[in-house]
Design a protein around this ligand. Structure first.
Ligand SMILES: *Cc1c(COP(=O)(O)O)cnc(C)c1O
Length: 488
């Protein structure tokens, strides 16, 4: 499984191997594309190499084999819910009648597409207990921004302009404080208690008539459910603030608990995590924003409504914050998510969450045999382990474990997040993996820890089977070398 993709058939990369006259010229006898283009749009000096079609196909196919994805192997990236994406959802999104529909199509001729949006919204409302959802935001962080813009507009409409603080527990996802700061709020960080939960007493100390929103990630980034959630929402409401639920990791929640019932006024979902939309690499996402009744009139436009027996896009939501995204947002994702919901049904989605929680707990109790698991109690969809003791004993850190996992054919878990756990490994198996896969991963992790105790150098040298070995992490992130430059 961990066999590195061999480059033994490799000719040099196409940029180096190209030679004049190699390109296929199937169409050369007809008119050249350049004849249809304005002269000023053309360049004579573009020094890109000529290659045969076959060389180009081989080059890109080889590149595709060098990458790692959920279709290649286990991908336990905490907080990212890398579950299997059933192909049927893609097939639905690719139906020509949906795929080829122009977003300027008048409502009367797009009834099927509008109905899909409306049915997804209704499904999400019933799953999560909110009054309405906007399908407009294109990602989780985008929905957070929309929510905070709504909070701002809401308090402004009530003449409560003094409310400029957003409270964010230290177990929240990093995008929460970033979105609040971006929206011009002052961020108050709330330290979690010994149990890794929000302390209601600490929360009450920072609540006041300047509180705008309390943003909670639940289950939080330790994989724990906030068990005082009702007291928390009550306290925030008593102070006149709004409660925001970061539901990006709803994989532990569906069919089992509803943020609306817990008293939340705003929430977002990441369809590209929980609802099997392929994600990663910064690709298109979908982050529906749910609101309670008093905020419905602030939703982004357009908003799909059912009028009598037909569906319309409403651009006149009275106090709307305006559009967050052009046209119908990422419509193909809306189709995928609805296909997933209908394929599973209410019972199926409830079971998805139960199995996601079961898988995470199964791994947690196996892994704690050889790594510490701080906050060790029944977790939700994910849990955290720590390599702090291992580091003290051997010098092998969470980062090194992550690299050694790559050698063994696995994607590494999320590391060094959340920040409150030293040498953190954040592991999320999801419900779509078999017991055999979970066991094999635990064995690989155990092997790494045992090898580190015996021969740390071996782990410190990892990865050795991947296409590229150890990189300078900082430079790889800050100064990636992604372009080819002609040598002349
Ligand atoms: C992934 C995630 C986000 C951010 O979502 P994006 O779609 O990447 O912007 C926010 N909160 C939590 C808890 C997440 O896991």
């Amino acid at each position: 499984m961990s066999t590195p993709v061999s480059d033994h058939t490799a000719s040099p990369l196409i940029f180096e191997s190209g030679q004049d006259g190699r390109a296929n010229r199937y169409f050369a006898r007809g008119k050249q594309l350049s004849e249809f283009l304005p002269r000023e749009a053309l360049r004579d000096d573009l020094p890109i190499p000529d290659n045969s079609e076959m060389d180009v196909v081989r080059h890109f196919t080889r590149l595709s084999q060098r990458t790692f994805g959920i279709d290649v192997g286990f991908y336990p990236l905490g907080s990212c819910t890398m579950k299997y994406n059933p192909r049927v959802n893609d097939a639905m999104a690719s139906l020509p009648a949906l795929r080829d529909l122009h977003p300027y199509t008048p409502d009367a001729f797009a009834q099927g597409a509008l109905r899909i949006m409306w049915e997804l919204e209704r499904s999400l409302c019933s799953l999560f207990g909110m009054a309405a959802f906007s399908l407009n935001p294109a990602a989780g962080a985008h929905a957070e921004l929309a929510a905070l813009l709504i909070a701002k507009a809401y308090f402004k409409a009530r003449g409560e302009t003094k409310r400029d603080k957003v409270i964010v527990p230290d177990t929240a996802h990093g995008t929460n404080p970033a979105s609040a700061a971006m929206c011009g709020f002052k961020v108050i960080s709330l330290k979690s208690d010994k149990r890794g939960r929000v302390s209601v007493d600490e929360l009450k100390k920072v609540l006041g008539d300047d509180t705008a929103v309390c943003m909670m990630t639940n289950p939080n980034t330790l994989g724990l459910f906030e068990d005082h959630v009702h007291e928390i929402t009550r306290a925030v409401h008593e102070a006149g603030g709004l409660c925001y639920y970061d539901g990006a990791n709803a994989n532990a929640l569906m069919g089992n608990a509803r943020p609306g019932d817990m008293g939340f006024d705003l929430m977002h979902l990441n369809l590209h995590k929980t609802f099997t939309i392929p994600h990663g690499g910064g690709g298109a996402g979908a982050g529906p924003l749910g609101v309670a009744k008093q905020l419905v009139n602030f939703l982004p436009t357009p908003y799909v409504r059912k009028k009598n027996d037909s569906f319309v896009l409403d651009f006149d939501v009275p106090k709307s914050i305006g559009p967050m995204r052009s046209f119908w947002s990422n419509f193909a994702h809306i189709v995928r998510a609805l296909a997933y919901i209908y394929a599973n049904g209410a019972e199926g989605l409830t079971k998805v969450s139960q199995l996601a929680v079961l898988n995470a707990n199964y791994m947690r109790v196996k892994i704690r045999e050889f790594l510490e698991t701080p906050y060790d109690e029944t977790c939700r969809h994910e849990f955290v382990a720590s390599a702090q003791e291992l580091k003290k004993a051997t010098g092998v850190r969470a980062l090194d474990i992550a690299k050694a996992l790559l050698d063994r054919g696995y994607m590494a878990p999320t590391i060094y997040f959340p920040l409150i756990v030293p040498e953190c490994l954040m592991i999320e198996p999801t419900e779509t993996e078999s017991k055999e896969t979970l066991d094999a991963f635990v064995d690989a992790l155990r092997d790494i820890v045992e090898t580190a105790k015996r021969d740390p150098e071996q782990i410190l040298a990892a990865p050795v089977t991947t296409v590229v070995g150890r990189l300078d992490e900082t430079r790889a992130a800050r100064q990636p070398d992604l372009r080819w430059y002609p040598s002349t």
